[in-house]
Design a protein around this ligand. Structure first.
Ligand SMILES: [Ca+2]
Length: 182
């Protein structure tokens, strides 16, 4: 009986995982690039690169935002997926910028920085350098513990200097309550 019970448990857990992805927004493709963690669906867009503004539009057009990294839990999940699931060593865009007011970083859902930050040694609101004014968008480096670094948001000089990167969109899992989000 024991092997049967064990197999049943595997089937149940597999079904539960599939069910979770069913609760992602219906317009998001169901494939290996769609993952669920906590109350969010994450769409890994790693096959091509876009500048920050275009990547952000890609996500908002589908009802989401660029990846919001507001906890160590999310950092660890994203590094794990990028490294072990997708073998992606490139930096990705996250939905954080100071495009509106220099040194005032806002998440793409409109919220300010919270207690959790992961700035690299030369980035962040306390590092006001000569390049800070043109570096308004933030990258996440899976090779350095997900460290955040400021970068130029868009291509410069008619595309001579490109600033295109892979990215991740996130969407709210349907049925997730606001209690879980607290
Ligand atoms: Ca800046």
């Amino acid at each position: 009986m024991r092997p049967i019970i064990f197999l049943s448990l595997i089937c149940l857990s597999t079904a539960a995982a599939a069910d979770q992805e069913d609760n992602c927004p219906p317009n998001i493709a169901r494939d290996q690039f769609l993952k669920v963690n906590g109350v969010n669906c994450y769409q890994f867009v790693l096959g091509y690169k876009l500048d920050y503004t275009t990547a952000q539009q890609f996500c908002t057009n589908r009802g989401g935002t660029l990846l919001l990294v507001k906890s160590k839990n999310v950092t660890d999940f994203i590094i794990d997926q990028l490294t072990f699931e997708f073998s992606n060593a490139n930096k990705i865009w996250i939905g954080l910028s100071d495009r509106d007011t220099e040194a005032e970083f806002l998440w793409e859902d409109g919220t300010p920085l919270g207690d959790y930050t992961n700035w690299g040694p030369h980035s962040g609101p306390s590092h006001n350098t000569t390049t800070s004014g043109i570096q308004d968008c933030v990258t996440f480096d899976p090779n350095k513990g997900g460290l955040w670094e400021e970068d130029v948001c868009s291509d410069l000089f008619l595309g001579l200097f490109t600033h295109e990167r892979p990215f991740v969109c996130q969407y709210r899992l349907r049925g997730s309550s606001t209690v879980l989000l607290a």
